[in-house]
Design a protein around this ligand. Structure first.
Ligand SMILES: NC(=O)c1ccc[n+]([C@@H]2O[C@H](COP(=O)([O-])OP(=O)(O)OC[C@H]3O[C@@H](n4cnc5c(N)ncnc54)[C@H](O)[C@@H]3O)[C@@H](O)[C@H]2O)c1
Length: 438
């Protein structure tokens, strides 16, 4: 199998983060700590992961970063926008995620990161009183201002390549409408200030116009609309999303495939969380939670396929709650109660209590996503990058295609994509050939 031609990862990669809050600052802190050998980049596939190549008997298991041409973390430079003027250090202190001793050692790196003025629309984020945002008569002019930010950043930092990632607050629910149906209507909507064009869509439009890939860490629609997918194709730019798969949903997509594989019935799955960071505060607004709820609810249906297994899953009652509870800050606690049905129709229960740290789980995903999005771009992959579903709660897929939520299927898809890019054989786990010569 011939390898795909991939441009080398030479020069600097600019990582443009929309939102400089808990996740972004924890990501920067972890990368800088890894560069200084203060901490290992635990949880990052690109930094710590290996990939099996060829037959099991070959014992070829290189590190992913040695197998595919990824940007070295020493070549990353950061840029950000936020609706508040706090620099990275101030924002990290407010988020309260990074331990003080480490924070002191990377203070200069974080302090150097000052956000650019944001694109802000109160209708999409009622809970926060923004103080640091752009003013322009039309949404098109706001997009042009973001394009200028991007190009200024590129030249000032002497970047060879750029990639953008949404790490800002979840926007209020936004349904697809006519303005999103094609690029022409969308651009018309930008000029006419159509209310259905959200800030995240303005950033994404600007990124794609500048041929910068766009990854979406929140459940907002953003590039998951025909207009922006058309633009991504036109500009030859990759996009991926939506919503980092970190705590409770990560566990759900680990546990549910196991139960489904053994044909254990599930009559109910109740998930609740307490969370006290700014993300939790924004999600306390019903219109913002609705965006998140849709993303969190979607996973079980695809994994359990109730239409194919009605006796086991048709009546499953699935409920997800997030409660804003300030004392816990970023240390989210999640509870899951799963009501199971087994042999002879006997009921059983499984309880999961996950005491996690939200941004600690999300930060390595940011690193992997920006490096893989850059790889995709250099490999000429454009439009939706479904192979990155591994990282998302609500993976973007082509129209009429159902997303894959099972974490293990997502992992195989990601690894096989890397093998495909490098001209290595796909691994099917059939393995009959090991026994043929015996
Ligand atoms: N941490 C996780 O495990 C996790 C998992 C899935 C998704 N997410 C999503 O990631 C995003 C970031 O999470 P976080 O914990 O860092 O939140 P956060 O509130 O700490 O940071 C978000 C930042 O975005 C800024 N912001 C809001 N609107 C903006 C705009 N229009 N332009 C620029 N900046 C804007 C806010 O001021 C804030 O500083 C949220 O949408 C969250 O739902 C997080």
């Amino acid at each position: 199998m011939a390898a795909i031609e991939i441009k080398p990862a030479e020069g600097k990669l600019g990582v443009l983060m929309v939102g400089l809050g808990a996740v972004s600052t924890t990501f920067v802190a972890g990368v800088e700590a890894a560069k200084k050998n203060l901490r290992s980049p635990i949880g990052s596939l690109t930094q710590m992961g290996r990939i099996r190549l060829g037959k099991r008997t070959e014992n070829r298991n290189p590190f992913i970063k040695d197998f595919v041409p990824l940007t070295d973390i020493n070549d990353i430079v950061y840029g950000a926008w936020d609706i508040f003027p706090d620099n990275g250090y101030e924002a990290a202190c407010k988020a309260g995620v990074i331990p003080r001793d480490l924070l002191d050692q990377i203070k200069d790196d974080l302090s150097a990161l000052t956000p650019m003025k944001a694109v802000y629309d109160k209708n999409y984020c009622r809970k926060l009183e923004a103080t640091h945002f752009k003013n322009a008569p039309s949404k098109m002019e706001l997009a042009e201002a973001v394009m200028k930010d991007i190009e200024d950043f590129r030249s000032k930092n002497n970047c060879d390549r750029l990639t953008m990632i949404w790490c800002a607050s979840t926007e209020a629910f936004n349904a697809l409408s006519d303005v999103h149906s094609n690029l022409k209507s969308f651009e018309e909507g930008l000029r006419n200030n159509d209310p259905a064009i959200s800030p995240s869509m303005i950033y994404a439009y600007a990124a794609l116009k500048c041929r910068v890939g766009y990854a979406n860490g929140a459940p907002n629609l953003t590039t998951d609309c025909p207009a922006l997918l058309e633009l991504a194709q036109e500009m030859g730019t990759p996009v991926s999303g939506k919503d980092f798969k970190t705590g409770q949903t990560l566990m759900k997509t680990i546990i549910a495939p196991g139960l489904a594989a053994r044909y254990v019935g599930i009559s109910g799955w109740f998930s609740t969380n307490i969370l006290g960071n700014r993300d939790g505060e924004v999600l306390d607004a019903p219109e913002n939670f609705k965006t998140k709820e849709e993303s969190k609810l979607s996973v079980l249906d695809e994994i359990l396929q109730p239409e194919l297994n009605p006796e086991l899953y048709k009546d499953l009652y699935h409920k997800v709650r997030i409660e804003y509870y300030p004392p816990r800050r970023d240390n989210k606690e999640g509870w899951d109660n799963i009501d199971l049905v087994g042999w002879l129709g006997m009921p059983m229960q499984l309880k999961v209590n996950f005491l996690c740290r939200d941004s600690i789980l999300a930060a390595p995903l940011v690193l992997d996503l920006v490096l893989f999005m850059d790889l995709a771009h250099r490999a000429g992959l454009k439009g939706i990058q479904e192979w990155l579903s591994f990282y998302y709660k609500a993976p973007m897929v082509k129209k009429d295609l159902s997303p894959i939520h099972n974490l293990f299927h997502q992992e195989i898809k990601l690894q096989n994509t890397l093998r495909y890019l490098m001209g290595e054989e796909q691994i099917t786990f059939l393995g009959l050939d090991y026994y043929k010569s015996a």
